[in-house]
Unconditional design. Structure first.
Length: 296
């Protein structure tokens, strides 16, 4: 058995104290009396040791558990909980959402509602890649507006107020968040009584139109409702309307002149961007003739 090293000198202890080590670590590494270390710390007027973890800010600890990946994403390398693997961070006996911390870093304010990843990397915590509930709703609504969909219905088929429960898919489609929650509960417990759909509340012609629109790539809007001789129609209060004309009015804010026809290659597209009335077609024809000349 090798002999124990000699007791540490005062110089050794002072050096480790000035390097910021704890009394316990100095005692263990130098194999000296802890009370002696405490006495020398007091003689030097050095403050009591505080673990680095206790002085680290919330954002500093967050940064230690992130790892950059391709595409400007940040992967969370810290703790994950539940079956979904949701990131979580413990800080001073409290639990925090790393995504919410990322949001505050980026926006300089506390988020509203749940903060979720808004990119294609699951659980990404890059500050510019997360959004709170209010931000997601604005972004989805802007997407709907760009596609000519407009505002969603005020209530879902089960009567839930969409001002409170309305949510959007990433492609802009609206859905009822409460209905989705209740459907999941019913899947977990089949003994729950079935929900009853309310009678449709009176809707406007615009709402009747939007009910049968399905947004697709390229800004197109596929019609899922009734047709007459291949033309999409909106049935409202016993009257049939051309879905093309309704789409035109919603997008341009005026009634069309003459026949409204689609201008894109997608069959049944009723996007307001992709329909034109007679004056618009005439202007297009005139511009074409001015450029290429009129065929003889």
């Amino acid at each position: 058995m090798s002999p124990a090293p000699p007791n540490a000198t005062r110089t050794d202890i002072v050096a480790m104290l000035r390097d910021g080590h704890s009394n316990t670590r100095i005692m263990r590494e130098l194999r000296c009396d802890k009370q002696r270390v405490t006495r020398i710390r007091a003689e030097l007027g050095l403050p009591a040791f505080v673990p680095r973890e206790q002085t680290r800010t919330l954002e500093e600890k967050w940064a230690t558990h992130t790892r950059p990946v391709d595409g400007g994403h940040l992967e969370w390398t810290g703790e994950h909980v539940n079956t979904a693997g949701t990131p979580v961070m413990r800080y001073k006996e409290e639990s925090y959402s790393p995504a919410a911390i990322a949001f505050t870093i980026h926006h300089g304010r506390e988020p509203q509602g749940y903060v979720k990843t808004d990119c294609d990397l699951k659980h990404c915590v890059a500050p510019g890649h997360v959004n709170d509930e209010a931000g997601r709703r604005r972004a989805r609504q802007n997407l709907r507006n760009s596609k000519g969909i407009g505002d969603p219905p005020s209530h879902c088929p089960y009567g839930h107020d969409q001002a409170e429960h309305g949510k959007f898919e990433t492609d802009g489609r609206a859905y009822c968040g409460l209905c989705k929650t209740l459907d999941k509960q019913a899947q977990r417990d089949p003994s729950l009584p079935p929900r009853v759909r309310l009678r449709p509340v009176p809707m406007t012609l615009d709402e009747a139109f939007r009910k049968h629109c399905e947004p697709t790539d390229g800004g197109h809007m596929v019609w899922t409702g009734s047709t007459s001789h291949g033309t999409p129609i909106v049935c409202f209060q016993g009257v049939s309307y051309s879905a093309y004309r309704v789409a035109f009015r919603l997008h341009h804010g005026r009634d069309p002149e003459g026949m409204v026809t689609p201008t894109c290659e997608v069959p049944g597209c009723v996007s307001g961007w992709h329909v034109a009335d007679r004056p618009m077609r005439q202007r297009t024809d005139a511009a074409f003739a001015a450029i290429f000349g009129v065929a003889s």
